[in-house]
Write a protein that binds this ligand. Structure first.
Ligand SMILES: Nc1nc2c(ncn2[C@@H]2O[C@H](COP(=O)(O)OP(=O)(O)O)[C@@H](O)[C@H]2O)c(=O)[nH]1
Ligand SMILES: Nc1ncnc2c1ncn2[C@@H]1O[C@H](COP(=O)(O)OP(=O)(O)O)[C@@H](O)[C@H]1O
Length: 186
């Protein structure tokens, strides 16, 4: 029997998911942030086991075959996935577990765990999304373009979520997210 609640946070790359969630995590010790596995290369400053478990494609595919993933998807040129065991452990311990994942994976979780709370983080506009992604400076222009192409599709699925939070101003958006969590805990 799960004691905690599973939250799925989705939204296009550059919308500000990481920024908002790190703020949320810092102020709430009942939350557990699920560390995903990925085949993408670490960015400078990223460490294995902190931002992601960085796996080779062969290791990732082995884990798919072992059914180790709650969900997994290909995003742009890489695999990303949520390992199921730690999520279940933390929910059983009473933590609210946060998944920060893209849309295809979010829909898989929605199917498998209908009680998961689905939250879409949206940028104020497509232009602002592009500006944030370029401003972050973590991807070269070709990868930025691919992410923005994917974002056009992802933005169409916002209506399939329980909540849509527009990340216009960080403090305001964090307060809105805190309100969603508080409503689920009463
Ligand atoms: N399906 C799925 N998507 C993930 C997972 N982890 C991260 N993602 C998503 O993959 C996309 C790319 O992530 P990343 O390369 O770290 O870029 P960033 O999120 O823009 O910093 C983002 O939309 C992430 O939310 C996961 O475990 N499963
Ligand atoms: N509300 C906001 N206003 C302006 N810039 C923001 C806002 N939220 C996030 N950013 C910036 O936008 C970029 C993308 O945010 P990030 O959290 O990395 O997005 P995601 O995790 O969704 O890919 C970062 O450079 C971040 O500092």
């Amino acid at each position: 029997m799960n004691k905690g609640t599973l939250y799925v946070f989705t939204g296009p790359s550059g919308a500000g998911k990481g920024t908002l969630l790190s703020r949320l995590m810092a102020e709430d010790d009942r939350l557990f942030y699920s560390i995903s596995a990925t085949t993408r290369a670490p960015r400078s400053g990223e460490t294995d086991g902190v931002q992601y478990y960085f796996l080779t494609r062969a290791d990732f595919e082995r884990k798919i075959a072992q059914n180790a993933f709650l969900e997994h998807a290909r995003y742009v040129d890489n695999y990303y996935g949520t390992l199921e065991a730690p999520v279940n452990e933390k929910l059983a311990e009473g933590y609210d577990v946060i998944l920060e994942i893209e849309v295809q994976g979010a829909m898989q979780v929605h199917q498998k765990r209908p009680d998961a709370v689905m939250v879409f983080i949206a940028p104020p506009s497509f232009e602002e999304l592009a500006a944030r992604l370029r401003g972050r400076g973590t991807e070269d222009e070709e990868k930025v373009r691919k992410r923005l192409e994917t974002a056009k599709e992802e933005l169409k699925s916002r209506d399939r979520f329980d909540y849509v939070v527009v990340n216009d101003e960080i403090d305001r958006a964090v307060r809105e997210l805190q309100g969603i969590l508080a409503a689920r805990r009463t």
